[in-house]
Structure formats: C-alpha cells, structure tokens
Design a protein around this ligand. Structure first.
Ligand code: MN
Length: 237
C-alpha cells in the first residue's frame, strides 16, 4: 500500500444531472477566440481559412461548482466573465476523426471561464504565458453535467446576465470551430481521456464584475433542456 507524506489532494469532480455518481475530472481544456464577434472585441479577428484553433489549460483545482460564492481574486482590477458551453469527454480518443467525434462525448454543462483580463492582456501583448490571467483559483465554474452520450450540440442559445441584465447573448451555431472540429483538432495534440472537460469558447459581450455581482448563464441543449450556471462574486480576501 502506498503511503504519503501528507494527505493527497482530493480528486476534483462535477455532479451529473440525475445520477448519484460524480464525474471525476482529469484535465480542463479551453478554446481561445472561438466566436467571431468575441475575437473582434478582443482586437484579434480570426480567419478560419488560414488559422487553427488554439488552447490553454487550467488546473482541475480551479474548478468551482455552479451556485458558489467566490472571493474577488487577488492581483486584478478587471475580473471578467466568459460564458461557455462545456463538453465532458467520456471515452479515450487520439487523432479522432471529426465524423467520429460524437463517440467520445459524455455530456454537456454551462460553464464560466473567469479571467483576470488585465493580466491576460499584459501577458498576451508581451508574448508571455496566460496562466496568471486564466489559471485562477475558483475561476473555472461548471454546472452539473447533463448526460448526452454520443450527441453533438450544433446550435442553441448561449447567454449570460449580471444582476439580471443580459451581457452575452449568442448561439452555439456561431462557434468558429464546432464541437466535432474541436475534438478532432485537440486530439491531434493530446490523448483525450474520460474526465477531460473542454470549454468551447465565449461569445461577445465579456465584461468585468465587482464584489456583490451575481452572474447567471445558460445554454439551451434542445430536447435535453437547459443547463444553467450561477456564480456570486464576494469581497476580496
Ligand atoms: Mn474562454
């Protein structure tokens, strides 16, 4: 039996709608600039004919359940919401063909890719890694996973409100690289594993929150219903 110097960190997991079992987390992948209008608002338009998608990762320890209240994070004065559709991977896949991408999908959830925008833009413009801007404690919010094994979501409203006021309002059909294309491309670089989550990118309308703000968002999954995410931003520590 293996013994450890101290208690090993807990396995991160996400609740699954309608199930007692939880979804254990392996890795968190994020697609950058995957809606045209958001790429334009960031000053970096995307030409799909000559570009490929790009990715960043966050530690699984950044995961936070929907409904949580989190402290306004340190070392930022421009903390942004990004509303995203999250794909939960349920089967291993390497060099997955786009037409077979549905086979590795377990389900979906609404998620928030919280971002220290000030630090991200400094890093971006200096050619530095994005970790301090993106890999934020309590900064990867994920709703309960809706099991939809083998189903590809190609469209559906995606929207976010702050204190009840709509800030983001788009449709998953505006993804530059759709879910089949993301799984095919990402699996060229990684052996996808059960427990991987892929945050698929945010539409336009990102913006800052302050202590006391209540974020709500949803993605329409068609016949499977609506997945909803919520986050309350508390005072800084
Ligand atoms: Mn994002």
């Amino acid at each position: 039996m293996t013994t450890y110097l101290f208690t090993p960190p807990a396995v991160q997991s996400v609740a699954i709608q309608g199930k007692a079992e939880r979804f254990p987390i392996n890795r968190l992948f994020f697609v950058g600039r995957n809606y045209h209008a958001h790429a334009v608002e960031m000053g970096k338009p995307v030409d799909k004919s000559v570009e490929r998608p790009f990715y960043f990762t966050k530690a699984p320890q950044t995961l936070t359940p929907s409904g949580a209240t989190v402290a306004y994070p340190p070392e930022t004065s421009n903390y942004h919401f990004e509303m995203e559709l999250v794909v939960a991977i349920g089967k291993a896949g390497f060099r997955v063909q786009a037409e077979n991408a549905h086979e590795v999908i377990y389900g979906y959830a609404a998620g928030l890719d919280m971002t220290r925008r000030d630090l991200q833009l400094v890093a971006r413009d200096k050619g530095r890694p994005w970790d301090l801007g993106k890999d934020i404690e309590e900064g990867s919010v994920c709703a309960d996973i809706v099991p939809l094994p083998g189903v590809v979501i190609d469209n559906g409203a995606i929207a976010l409100e702050v204190n009840g006021v709509t800030k983001q309002n788009s449709d998953v059909n505006k993804l530059i690289w759709n879910i089949r294309e993301i799984i095919a491309d990402l699996s060229l670089f990684y052996h996808l594993q059960p427990g991987d989550l892929i945050y698929t990118g945010t539409p336009e309308g990102v913006g800052a929150v302050v202590a006391g703000d209540q974020i709500t968002g949803h993605v329409d999954l068609g016949a499977a219903g609506v997945t909803r995410v919520a986050l309350t931003v508390g005072a800084a520590e």
